[in-house]
Ligand binder design. Structure first.
Ligand code: NAP
Length: 262
């Protein structure tokens, strides 16, 4: 018996076949879910539509999550075509590149507002829009990173945004728990995606991660997809408001130098 048989899933954040959202879509599809996809802008349609077709997805809609009108239109379509929603996946983030170059100290007001709007508020907006379609047993999942808890060079305003996103998860979990809807975050180790390419010296960060993470193994979108399947399934039915690390154990370290040399 597949873990997500009969579940309707709406996934935000597929940019290309390296996206974490795409890894999640494939694993949820493999577990029997019916998938609906949303992408940010028209320019992505060319890449996202063939991916969707490859797993038989017919609901593929554009939605800029900074627009309440676009969110309303998308959910109206979702309700018409699917009637109900069981799982919401939010795999979206954005910050201006100049805010990821220097010091956090120099973040502009507009850069801060933009990062928080796209990367944090959007999860609240999508949760509110999803709620009328969700029954008890529903699951909402977002994507975070360890830079929310510890200082990671150049992650800057995204670290602050991820801290706010993790707090958002707890508040939403408290609001929606009485309705039987669970809300959790997955904290992924570094994965080479389009968003990651925007983080200066990401390659270096990735190399260091591979040398010191206890499992010495890189993280793939499939790893995140597997975790997303489990946390959204009935096997995790009493877990809500949590941040689950999928990072080969990196977050447990107090000293991030290769221990073989000590
Ligand atoms: P990705 O493939 O670039 O996905 C990010 C997605 O967010 C893109 O589809 C992007 O669309 C979308 N987005 C940006 N602004 C948007 C808007 N206004 N409306 C709708 N969508 C918008 O990169 P990813 O690494 O898979 O990122 C997915 C999530 O995982 C993010 O929250 C990221 O912070 C998180 N995460 C990533 C890593 C990592 O190492 N890669 C680690 C931990 C957590 P555009 O391409 O059009 O901007």
């Amino acid at each position: 018996m597949s873990l997500l048989n009969g579940k309707n899933v709406l996934i935000f954040g597929v940019a290309n076949d390296h996206s974490i959202a795409w890894g999640i879509a494939k694993e949820m599809h493999n577990e029997g879910a019916t998938i609906a996809l949303s992408y940010a802008a028209e320019i992505l349609e060319r890449r996202v539509k063939p991916l969707a077709e490859s797993i038989g997805v017919t609901f593929v809609e554009e939605c800029d999550v900074t627009s309440d009108d676009q969110i309303d239109q998308l959910f109206a379509k979702m309700e018409k075509e699917f009637g109900t929603l069981d799982i919401l996946v939010h795999a979206i983030a954005f910050a201006n590149r100049e805010d990821l170059l220097g010091r956090y100290l120099d973040t502009s007001r507009e850069g801060f507002r933009l990062a928080m709007d796209v990367s944090v508020y959007s999860f609240t907006a999508l949760a509110r829009a999803s709620r009328p379609l969700m029954k008890p047993g529903g699951s909402m999942v977002t994507m975070t990173y360890y830079g929310s808890q510890k200082v990671i060079p150049r992650y800057n305003v995204m670290g602050v945004a991820k801290a706010a996103l993790e707090a958002t998860v707890r508040y939403l979990a408290a609001d929606l728990g009485p309705e039987g809807i669970r809300v959790n975050a997955l904290s992924a180790g570094p994965i080479r995606t389009l968003a990651a390419a925007g983080i200066p010296k990401f390659k270096q960060l990735h190399r260091e991660f591979m040398q010191v993470a206890p499992l010495r193994e890189g993280i793939t979108p499939k790893d995140i997809g597997d975790a997303a399947v489990w946390i959204s399934s009935d096997k995790a039915s009493k877990i809500t408001g949590e941040v689950l690390f999928i990072d080969s154990g990196y977050n447990i370290l107090g000293l991030t130098v290769p221990t073989d040399s000590l």
